[in-house]
Design a protein around this ligand. Structure first.
Ligand code: NAI
Length: 271
């Protein structure tokens, strides 16, 4: 269902790799709600991905950018304003990557070069994106910036590895930069903490099937899907959430406030 919530709004969507990507679903929903945007992803991901299909479907242009490169980001922001015909109203940062996770390197045995690369891609890139937008004065007043995160930033999920630390850093950047963006430009900055979701990045986490099944059974409403996340993001891009900022917002079916559920408890109770 469409409510025209983003009619006339312009933005940039990072991180749509394939139809499972949360950013892909978000692009589809933003388009349905009347928003226009530029799609971007790392040049390497573009060669492997299906982003052209999404661009066609949503009438969008694609600008490749490595989110760790200031030069790429400056070019992206300048070109996006030109293509879209003005300043931006929304930006989605949907980027995550850990080489330690990908290569099965245990948390207690990190390759620190990989750790640093993962931190740059998954967390510092959010600062870089915001600093580039801020310096270019590229956001309209009452604009909205959203990044995606996971609850391993607050609680221990052993197999989430160094991504847990990256997410804690990402959430902190949202608050710290969100202060300046709010005070100086009237722009809001939030993170959405999403349920485990079967995407390329998600499925890279060791034991993901167990992880997602456990979360589903713990959550009174079950896991939030990628589409649920897209819908939540649409509300945060809309004018209906104008003074929501500096928040880490859980979109997780209630998981984050659970101790134990009947369904999980049943596994441990002997008849
Ligand atoms: P995905 O694999 O579809 O998306 C990750 C994206 O990051 C890809 O499009 C990839 O190309 C992009 N990326 C990697 N390096 C980049 C770089 N240097 N520059 C620009 N883009 C780069 O997976 P998903 O799950 O849609 O991930 C989106 C976000 O959601 C990530 O921040 C992830 O950590 C977060 N998230 C995912 C959950 C899950 O279970 N899938 C749960 C909670 C949060």
């Amino acid at each position: 269902m469409s409510y025209n919530l983003l009619k006339g709004k312009r933005g940039i969507i990072f991180g749509a790799l394939d139809p499972n990507s949360i950013a892909w679903k978000t692009a589809e929903r933003v388009h349905e709600e009347g928003g226009t945007f530029v799609l971007t992803n790392a040049p390497i991901a573009m060669r492997m991905g299906q982003i052209n299909e999404l661009a066609e479907k949503t009438g969008s242009q694609i600008i490749p950018a490595d989110a760790t490169s200031i030069e790429d980001l400056e070019n992206l922001v300048a070109q996006s304003m030109e293509i879209l015909g003005g300043k931006l109203d929304f930006v989605l940062h949907s980027i995550g990557m850990s080489i330690n996770v990908r290569k099965g390197k245990h948390y207690t045995d990190q390759n620190y070069e990989w750790t640093q690369k993962g931190t740059d891609v998954s967390a510092m890139s959010f600062h870089k994106v915001m600093q580039t937008l801020y310096k270019a004065d590229a956001m309209n007043e009452w604009g909205s910036i959203v990044a995606l995160t996971y609850m391993a930033a607050q609680r221990v999920f052993p197999d989430y590895n160094d991504m847990a630390d990256n997410k804690a850093y990402l959430e902190s950047i949202a608050r710290s930069f969100g202060y300046f963006f709010g005070k100086d430009k009237k722009v809001r900055v939030n993170t959405i903490s999403q349920s485990p979701t079967p995407t390329t990045a998600g499925q890279g986490v060791k034991g993901f099937d167990g992880f997602i099944a456990y979360a589903d059974r713990m959550s009174p409403l079950g896991n939030a899907t990628a589409l649920d996340c897209a819908n939540y993001t649409v509300t945060l891009f809309s004018d209906l959430t104008k003074r929501v900022t500096l928040q880490n917002l859980f979109n997780d079916g209630g998981f984050s406030n659970m101790g134990v559920s009947d369904s999980v408890m049943a596994e441990f109770v002997k008849e």
